[in-house]
Write a new protein. Structure first.
Length: 579
């Protein structure tokens, strides 16, 4: 973990005298960390370093000090691994002249710094950093390294850091637009007054933004039970006075209140029963046919407490679903609960944060949002889209598929795999999306096992969707693919899909060319932003309105593509999806 965090971090050394140029300016001694000391460092050297263990400290790493190199009175700055071949390695460390009479020998980094720099390292157990490479390492103690400020961190931010970053980064759309056209050219060094190269070629960069035509699509009509339409405002709607289109049943369920030392509980025994009675009423009001919950339990947990596993095991044998109230958000306990419940015992769990349930303001809406998860997990359908908005999907002969690959996040284990996933609809209502997952090589974007994944989804189309025939059309949304990987989708992933159909469809269908495939690549990691040119085209946040589509002016000549902003951005500048 430490080695991954430090890799490519730039540091300045502090154990050498100042170095100045002819203008008497200090030249900083800057190096880049490659990693920590490893046992296989310098394996091709005549005298490779002796590293006792991975991440060893100054007393546990020895390197070869060439006796012939000791004739110089000026010591070299670092402790290097050893010489290549018969000659002296470039930049090899040397001891002071007092050690000149000794032949070549191994010396610890600790002793080298004590003899050469008259510096006794205060904590020789701290791992050494390698500031060269694996073949010819160069070791430095941590206490002579100062991390240079202003470097990007590749580690995952915690909740508090993420909130601070969002607060710092959020600006009004018009503020961003103004910065781009007033300062953008100068900021990136493309100003004709300062960029001599541009002037010599007669090039001039226009600072203004490109104006492109756009249009706003009407949003689909969202329908709840008894054909009641949701009140769509500004691209959003709430759940007040509506019932799920198809409500699920919940016969056996209960709740678990978890307490952790150091975090204040939101409920006592009496208030927890009261809020769960209120939540049960909210479930029934919105359309979930839920029985009264079994008496709940309060669990005091410590780190790695085995009581959690035994509690979930008992729940799996007695309940259809367990509602878990957590003491706080963004805590490691959530992942542990999901791992044990999903992987070990196969029980549905839904987690909520106690402080959110305890708030009087907005609690009804919050409970309705939690009920959405209940209904979906139990097999219900929350809402549907009006038939006339669905096109060929309304004929119940088209399956919609989503494919994506999740890669290890910053700070993950070096052998953490990537996870490919596929979800697919089971009928025209688009209310349930059963998923299937596969593990594959880390950082690999193309999906290896699409044939088997699609076969499993086609099977659910017939069994869960209650269809006599398989779909005639398969509409695939592929996420996470960059522009340079479009060919990969066509050449490596697309051929896997018909192979699944050959094995699942009757020969008469495949002979007729069924099913028909359409692959739509969805890209969100792009830098394209759109700003409304008139106030009437703005939403409340100053962004373009939900439903804004741009399919001319900035689109490709080779492929049919468009940008669609389908959502309302709460803050900052909305990022459209590129299809």
């Amino acid at each position: 973990m430490l080695e991954r965090f430090l890799k490519l971090v730039r540091i300045q050394t502090t154990h050498l005298p100042e170095k100045r140029n002819k203008a008497n300016e200090v030249i900083p001694r800057v190096k880049t960390i490659f990693g920590l000391a490893r046992k296989d460092d310098g394996h091709g050297l005549v005298h490779p370093p002796r590293v006792r263990q991975h991440g060893a400290g100054a007393k546990d790493v020895e390197f070869w000090l060439d006796g012939e190199a000791s004739s110089s009175s000026a010591p070299k700055p670092v402790a290097k691994g050893g010489a290549k071949g018969k000659g002296k390695g470039k930049g090899e460390a040397q001891a002071e002249s007092s050690a000149a009479s000794t032949p070549g020998r191994y010396i610890t980094v600790f002793d080298f710094f004590r003899i050469t720099y008259n510096r006794v390292l205060q904590d020789p157990q701290l791992p050494l950093v390698n500031c060269s490479n694996r073949d010819n390492p160069m070791y430095l103690p941590a206490e002579v390294c100062v991390v240079l400020p202003g470097q990007s961190s590749k580690s995952k931010l915690n909740g508090s850091q993420a909130q601070q970053m969002i607060r710092h980064a959020v600006r009004k759309p018009w503020e961003n637009a103004k910065s781009i056209y007033s300062e953008g050219v100068q900021t990136v060094g493309l100003d004709e007054n300062t960029n001599v190269l541009l002037r010599s070629f007669g090039l001039k960069i226009t600072p203004g933004l490109i104006k492109v035509p756009g249009r706003i699509l009407f949003g689909p009509k969202v329908i709840y039970k008894n054909n009641k339409a949701a009140d769509l405002r500004f691209g959003t709607w709430n759940m007040s006075d509506v019932r799920f289109n198809i409500g699920a049943s919940l016969a056996k369920w209960s709740y678990l209140m978890i307490s952790i030392p150091g975090i204040r509980d939101s409920f006592d025994q009496q208030s927890s029963r009261a809020v769960m009675n209120e939540f049960h009423a909210a479930l029934q009001k919105i359309g979930v046919n839920a029985a009264q919950p079994f008496p709940g339990q309060r669990l005091q947990l410590h780190p790695d407490d085995p009581a959690l596993g035994s509690t979930l095991q008992r729940a799996a044998g007695a309940l259809d679903l367990l509602f878990i109230i957590l003491p706080g958000a963004n805590i490691p306990l959530y992942k542990r609960i999901k791992t044990i419940a999903d992987k070990n015992y196969g029980i549905h769990t839904i987690c909520s944060v106690g402080s959110k349930l305890a708030k009087d303001r907005g609690r009804e809406q919050y409970m309705a949002n939690v009920a959405l998860k209940f209904n979906l997990k139990l097999g219900g359908i929350n809402q549907i889209v009006e038939n006339k908005n669905l096109g060929i999907i309304d004929q119940d002969k088209t399956m919609v598929v989503g494919i994506d690959v999740t890669h290890p996040s910053p700070g993950s284990s070096s052998n953490a795999p990537s996870v490919s996933a596929m979800v697919a609809s089971i009928n025209k209502f688009l209310g349930q999306w059963p998923a299937t997952l596969r593990i594959q090589r880390a950082r690999q974007e193309n999906v290896d096992d699409l044939t088997e994944m699609l076969k499993s989804r086609l099977g659910l189309w017939k069994t869960k969707g209650k269809h006599a025939a398989l779909p005639e059309n398969i509409l695939i949304y592929r996420d996470g693919v960059s522009e340079g990987q479009y060919d990969m989708v066509v050449s490596q992933e697309l051929p896997q899909l018909p192979r699944a159909c050959v094995q699942m469809y009757p020969a008469a269908d495949t002979t007729k060319g069924l099913p028909r495939f359409t692959i739509i690549v969805c890209g969100k990691r792009h830098k394209t932003r759109f700003y409304p040119t008139t106030e009437k085209d703005c939403d409340r946040s100053g962004n373009t309105k939900p439903g804004t589509v741009i399919d001319r002016g900035v689109t490709e000549a080779r492929n049919w593509d468009f940008f669609l902003q389908a959502h309302a951005a709460l803050q900052g500048t909305a990022r459209p999806c590129h299809y």
